[in-house]
Ligand binder design. Sequence first.
Ligand SMILES: Nc1ncnc2c1ncn2[C@@H]1O[C@H](COP(=O)(O)OP(=O)(O)OP(=O)(O)O)[C@@H](O)[C@H]1O
Length: 247
Amino acid sequence: MTSTDTVQLWSVSRVYGSGDQAVAALDGVTTGFAPGTFTAVMGPSGSGKSTLLHCAAGLDRPSDGKVVIDGTDLGTLTEDELTLLRRARVGFVFQSFNLVSALTAEQNVALPLRLAGRRPDATKVRAALAEVGLAERAGHRPSELSGGQQQRVAIARALVTKPAVIFADEPTGALDTTTSRAVLKLLRGLVDHQGQTVIMVTHDPVAAAYAHRVLFLADGRVVDELTGGPGPETIAARMASLEVTAC
Ligand SMILES: Nc1ncnc2c1ncn2[C@@H]1O[C@H](COP(=O)(O)OP(=O)(O)OP(=O)(O)O)[C@@H](O)[C@H]1O
């Protein structure tokens, strides 16, 4: 890890509950995510992937350790300041798209700008939709769009504030194979062509193969990482060995 990494985790632990019931969901994780890189986070069920994503994105506070996003130590921020930082510097993409059904694609993409108290700039909103190939669908509501198109609207919404980092939680979990590939190519393209930083939690080795780097968690710790754009077979083999160990 270097101090220029967009997201930095320094000895991050997250304990849920206390006493006999205490669960160390994250146990002293130190890792960094360099600007303009695409990282997949994998690991068996319960290994701490969601907890890592929530702590790294400032949605949850670590019990111990430090998280830095875009040069800011999140531990120094009040809840309100943290909310403002998330709105301005972090984009989110979820498995279930999380679009507002009553709003058009364009209005959904404009939401983060409205929440940040900015008057949505129609040109920026249109540009974000064009980026994901949906300029023609600006006036459509989510129910009038396919799952893949809805996820692309969600990606445009994540992009519109020009965040330092986009966190994606199983972004293709609800999509078929062909649509998933299109969404993953889009995410990878944002990294390759615009220098976006993307961190994606996934169970799917094929999805993880779109990343530059794959981080493997087990029992709340980083136990391995593959770099240099590993293929799906290599990733699946590493996952299989972790799942055997976890049984
Ligand atoms: N709010 C909570 N209260 C208590 N324990 C929790 C809470 N959230 C997570 N945990 C526990 O922390 C550990 C890590 O959970 P986490 O959801 O981060 O794993 P995961 O790798 O994302 O799992 P999955 O792949 O099944 O979604 C698990 O043992 C889980 O039961």
